[in-house]
Design a protein around this ligand. Structure first.
Ligand code: FDP
Length: 355
């Protein structure tokens, strides 16, 4: 029995000891998020045995909701509705901010995607919850959309859970990234992955390749180089992965490195990307940077983007630092008007504009 290991609670207590300016109120808020995640884990694990009696519809993104999307959102609201430290929350499943009824003086704002990767639910594949904690402006009173429109650099904490073969919670408080595994018998998250660091070098990339014809030239160039493997300019073979569940992809990158991207494409010109800035890109970028990786739109650091709306979408390229920087260099060259070519031992001089 791993009773000698830290639990999430003792980790938070130690964090207070280690970091004099750590706000104990933040620890209380993280504990409520933990409770929400345990309830969601339990609901997800019942799979087809669950008999959800909820009405679903189309969320603010125009996406068809699954019963568990609605249930997970409700569980989060219930777990946080009496959270002293919170002023308000924003979720993927709600159009605007939800005020915490009993509080007008909470110092924090919570942003979350209650069930990321939910298209995988029917397939019994890994899904998860993503969350981000921001400071509420002084004397904000009622939570308003503009209070949440802070760049990712302002996040005070971020995390995600994985509802997979085991349930995990990955957390950063801005001082490294730590992974906890739920001991289901005891109902406690145990610190199993302290100080996660993303390997710099990698042979793996993840992208939905069915969108290739819509990608910009730098992404096509990067992927083509990886696909050429040993016979191309990289000189090594690459593996490709696509779980279609961002939580699972980011966890894989934390464990064995790699690049994950949902880049800008021309599929629907009204959308800058697929993933949402506030409750997907920002928390994941904070985690990745805290673990030594990098996160970019291709043209700017994600954490420095000033949000313009609650459900804003953004291109995402994140993972091992060397790979992200390589792709950013391709964007820079492309934007300077340079043609992206490479020498391939098999194919001679190649350009991404050639078919
Ligand atoms: P989902 O819509 O199922 O919640 O959040 C968006 C997301 O999943 C990511 O988790 C995932 O990486 C991506 O969409 C999957 O996109 P594709 O359908 O294009 O594969």
């Amino acid at each position: 029995m791993p009773y000698h290991r830290a639990t999430l609670s003792t980790f938070l207590i130690d964090e207070r000891r280690r970091t004099p300016d750590f706000d104990p109120e933040l620890a209380g808020l993280i504990k409520d998020v933990e409770v929400a995640c345990k309830y969601i884990a339990s609901a997800v694990s019942r799979g087809s045995l669950a008999e959800p009696k909820v009405s679903t519809g189309v969320n603010i993104q125009g996406e068809e909701q699954k019963p568990l999307d609605v249930i997970a959102n409700e569980m989060f609201l219930q777990a946080c509705d009496s959270t002293e430290q919170l002023l308000g929350v924003v979720s993927e499943e709600m159009e605007g901010p939800h005020a915490i009824p009993r509080k007008r003086s909470g110092r924090y704002l919570l942003v979350y995607d209650p069930l990321d990767g939910s298209s995988n639910l029917d397939l019994n594949l890994t899904v998860g919850t993503i969350f981000s904690v921001l400071r509420a402006p002084e004397g904000a009173g009622e939570p308003k959309p503009e209070h949440f429109l802070q760049p990712g650099t302002s996040q005070v904490a971020a995390g995600f859970t994985l509802y997979g073969p085991s349930v995990m919670l990955v957390l950063t408080l801005g001082r490294g990234v730590h992974g906890f595994t739920l001991d289901r018998e005891v109902g406690t998250f145990i610190l199993t992955h302290p100080d996660l660091r993303i390997p710099e070098e990698t042979r793996e990339f993840a992208v939905n390749a069915s969108n290739e014809r819509f990608w910009e030239a730098p992404v096509r160039h990067y992927v083509e180089e990886c696909q050429l493997g040993k016979s191309g300019p990289r000189g090594v073979d690459f593996n490709m992965r696509w779980v279609a569940s961002m939580v699972a992809e980011v966890f894989r990158i934390l464990i064995r490195g790699g690049l994950f991207m949902y880049p800008r494409d021309t599929k629907d010109p009204s959308k800058a990307g697929r993933l949402r800035l506030l409750y997907e890109a920002n928390p994941m970028s904070m985690i990745v940077e805290q673990a030594g990786g990098a996160a970019s739109t291709g043209r700017e650091r994600i954490l420095e983007v000033k949000p313009s709306s609650l459900h804003q979408r953004i291109p995402v390229i994140l993972g091992s630092r060397n790979e992200v920087e390589r792709l950013v260099r391709y964007y820079q060259a492309h934007d300077r008007g340079e043609e992206l070519t490479f020498k391939s031992p098999l194919f001679g001089n190649r350009s991404v504009f050639q078919s």
